[in-house]
Design a protein around this ligand. Structure first.
Ligand code: MG
Length: 401
């Protein structure tokens, strides 16, 4: 190759067209008009990620060739010496995905082709049905079923259930309160209702969101066994990984885990020990497509499937990256998808489409998605202090959200 294409700028673009603050990296190149986009969304610490990208990665990368993505990933990963944290992983992910997007555009191929091509034409997605009572949740499940979805995650009163009026001690601080005992008792009641009314022909999922003490989580997984869940999500915290062995020995409810993982040391023992059934890392949080595709291959060899994290605090660029992996990985399980509100679709032309419960890629080169910067600027990020992560038990103890 005579004229090497080099990186001319690395920028963080912050926007909030829907509920979550989004961070997207745009890399421009010496080839006029050739650029790539990557997701770096850490919605609770978006300004820290912006600083990591613009003050540290941009000066490190500007002038370097755009190829040799794996080398650039490792260069960024070790450059700070201190590594595997969420801020720096997200910053690296933005760069990494943008480089894959550029590679696809140069090759004239969608990224899933660069990963080996399609194992399937569409990715099965799951939707999230909530409600204040089993009847309300049931109503929402029927609505999703009528729209063609086959996988539905069911929650009652959000994560941790509905708190209502809790007897707090005098002087308890404000916060997002819940009662773990009341929550744990409500879930089997919800599933008994849904299986009785809807039957067993729909795949139901549930997210514990690390809201229970480990032993209570094991008991819940056992109690849910008769209801044949597709999977039980995050029953334990990353801090309690040793409990997975105990959980696995006691019941066969399928387990999904990983949206909080940053470090290979967190996912490796779960996969090699066959202690979980689905890996569901937040791909930007683990450092981007480069580490994610390696983990997917590692998981395939151990009979573990993928269910990448796909909530509203993944940008549409990140959702497109999830989808390209879903299409190309044989061991794909299911894809979380929150729906794209209209303002989000307008800011990100080329969003993946969902029809009949399947998500489809648009087959354009790279990730096939763009970002209208002028429109994005009309939705500046609101730098409020988040409320929902100020989580507390009834006596006021601050706990994991
Ligand atoms: Mg979750």
């Amino acid at each position: 190759m005579s004229d090497r294409v080099t990186i001319t700028s690395v920028r963080a673009i912050l926007t909030q067209p829907a509920g979550s603050r989004l961070v997207v990296v745009r890399i421009d190149t010496s080839d006029a008009g050739l650029y790539g986009l990557g997701c770096a969304t850490f919605t609770q610490r978006h300004l820290a990620v912006q600083t990591a990208i613009e003050e540290y990665l941009a000066p490190l990368l500007t002038g370097r060739p755009v190829e040799n993505i794996d080398d650039l990933w490792h260069t960024c990963w070790v450059h700070s010496y201190w590594r595997n944290g969420p801020v720096l992983n997200n910053a690296i992910s933005g760069v990494d995905m943008a480089l894959w997007d550029i590679l696809g555009k140069r090759a004239g191929l969608p990224v899933y082709q660069l990963l080996g091509g399609k194992c399937r034409e569409g990715a099965d997605v799951y939707r999230h049905a909530d409600g204040g009572s089993p009847e309300e949740v049931e109503e929402n499940v029927w609505r999703f079923l009528s729209e063609g979805y086959r996988h539905i995650r069911v929650q009652m009163g959000g994560y941790g259930g509905r708190a209502g009026e809790l007897p707090k001690p005098d002087g308890a601080p404000a916060g997002n309160y819940y009662d773990p005992g009341a929550y744990a008792r409500s879930v089997p009641i919800l599933f008994a209702h849904l299986r009785q009314k809807i039957g067993f022909d729909v795949e139901l999922l549930h997210d514990v969101h690390e809201r229970l003490r480990p032993n209570d989580a094991v008991r819940l997984a056992k109690e849910l066994e008769p209801y044949n869940l597709f999977f039980l999500e995050d029953p334990l915290s990353p801090e309690d990984l040793e409990w997975f062995q105990n959980l696995r020995q006691q019941c066969c409810t399928p387990i999904a885990m990983g949206e909080l993982f940053n470090n290979p040391r967190e996912w490796m023992p779960l996969v090699s020990g066959r202690l979980i059934d689905y890996l569901r890392m937040h791909i930007s949080q683990m450092g981007g497509l480069t580490p994610a595709r390696k983990v997917a291959a590692y998981a395939e060899l151990h009979g573990v499937r993928t269910a990448w994290h796909g909530p509203g605090d993944v940008s549409p660029v990140g959702h497109a990256c999830n989808l390209h992996l879903d299409l190309a990985c044989h061991n794909f399980g299911v894809q979380e998808w929150p729906g794209f509100p209209d303002p989000l679709r307008e800011v990100f032309p080329g969003c993946p489409e969902v029809r009949g419960g399947y998500m489809y890629a648009n087959d354009q080169p790279g990730f096939g998605i763009d970002l209208d910067e002028e429109l994005a600027a009309k939705y500046p990020c609101r730098n409020d202090i988040d409320h929902w992560t100020q989580t507390r038990w009834p006596d006021g103890t601050a706990v994991k959200p």
